[in-house]
Design a protein around this ligand. Structure first.
Ligand SMILES: [Zn+2]
Ligand SMILES: [Zn+2]
Length: 150
């Protein structure tokens, strides 16, 4: 599963602590960023709390992932049931697997609007983030959590 990026190459993220959304750049944003070690923790630009790299899924991304995976899993279960019951057909026991398990169509792909504004921390400027225009800061550095004003 791949996530859509906006035109600046940012992907939407959601803080597991304050449930605010922001974006971080997908992959290194510059040559300088390429030379940095991959962080094992990221800091929320809005509340400054930290979490591992896999903790920042938005609700839409989670729902999308479920929508993609669930129908595929349901089809597998259905096939398995049909095969499992084939040999049990006799005059004493007859099992029919009728109809189908809810196999919803895969959800339409996620899209990423070009919203939010780019802010870069003075300490780790190679790792910019995007925040909504309604927020005014201070923001926290994605890499080290240091607060900074814009
Ligand atoms: Zn937060
Ligand atoms: Zn920093």
């Amino acid at each position: 599963m791949s996530l859509p990026l906006d035109h600046d190459g940012f992907v939407r993220r959601e803080c597991p602590h304050c449930i605010s959304q922001f974006k971080w750049h997908h992959g290194p944003a510059s040559e300088e960023a390429e030379q940095q070690p991959l962080p094992t923790t990221y800091y929320c630009p809005l509340c400054g709390q930290s979490a591992g790299p896999d903790s920042w899924w938005t609700q839409e991304q989670i729902n999308y992932a479920r929508g993609v995976i669930a129908p595929a899993a349901a089809r597998l279960v259905e096939e398995g049931l049909k095969n499992a019951f084939k040999p049990t057909r006799s005059k004493y026991l007859r099992v029919d697997v009728k109809g189908s398990i809810d196999t919803r169509e895969a959800p339409s792909p996620l899209t990423e609007p070009d919203d939010m504004v780019i802010v870069a921390s003075p300490c780790h400027s190679y790792e910019p983030v995007k925040v909504t225009e309604e927020t005014s800061g201070p923001y926290h550095c994605l890499v080290c959590g240091q607060a900074f004003a814009v």
